[in-house]
Design a protein around this ligand. Structure first.
Ligand SMILES: [Zn+2]
Length: 168
């Protein structure tokens, strides 16, 4: 590989780890598989093994390379069926979750229809999202959110106490 700036490669997603937000691509023009991070995935879908993509490559450190500006050309065959879509746990519609980023990091994915959280990449987003979701549907979910909000307040309260105790 020449590493020439701006060269666009055509390749295929080898695998993608949803939980960790990274994966590898391979291309005929490249000897080694290329690492990619979800931040460089410029598509609304979640990467899937078999997705045909085009991308640029940048050097990362001495020897390692990384794919950037990854654009989906053709979804993996399984994606053309409805199999890749999952039923939203909230509104139950079939959908592909949309990833929400904060400061360049994938925080959580949401349902494109009802906007509620589907998968949390971060842990904290679950608490905040469920506590402050603007459209509660049932009474029980309102009570659930009140409870979560209270727990959050207690949690912050303890943090403050711990901080104050440590500062002395
Ligand atoms: Zn939904």
């Amino acid at each position: 590989m020449s590493g020439k700036e701006g060269k666009v490669f055509n390749g295929i997603v080898k695998f993608y780890n949803v939980a960790k937000g990274y994966g590898f691509l391979y291309a005929d023009d490249l000897v080694d598989d290329v690492y990619f991070h979800i931040n460089d995935w410029k598509n609304k879908s979640i990467p899937e093994a078999g997705d045909k993509v085009e991308f640029n490559v940048v050097k990362q450190g001495a020897e390692k390379t990384k794919a950037i500006l990854i654009f989906l050309l053709e979804a993996a065959p399984e994606k053309k069926t409805n199999d890749d879509r999952i039923a939203c746990p909230h509104c139950e519609r079939k959908m592909v979750p949309r990833v929400v980023f904060s400061y360049g990091r994938p925080m959580y994915s949401v349902c494109p229809y009802c906007g509620k959280m589907v998968k949390d990449f971060n842990g904290f987003a679950t608490i905040v999202n469920s506590a402050f979701n603007p459209k509660p549907k049932s009474k029980s979910s309102i009570w659930f959110r009140v409870m979560v909000a209270l727990l959050l307040v207690v949690y912050i309260f303890f943090l403050v106490i711990l901080f104050a105790a440590g500062a002395r």
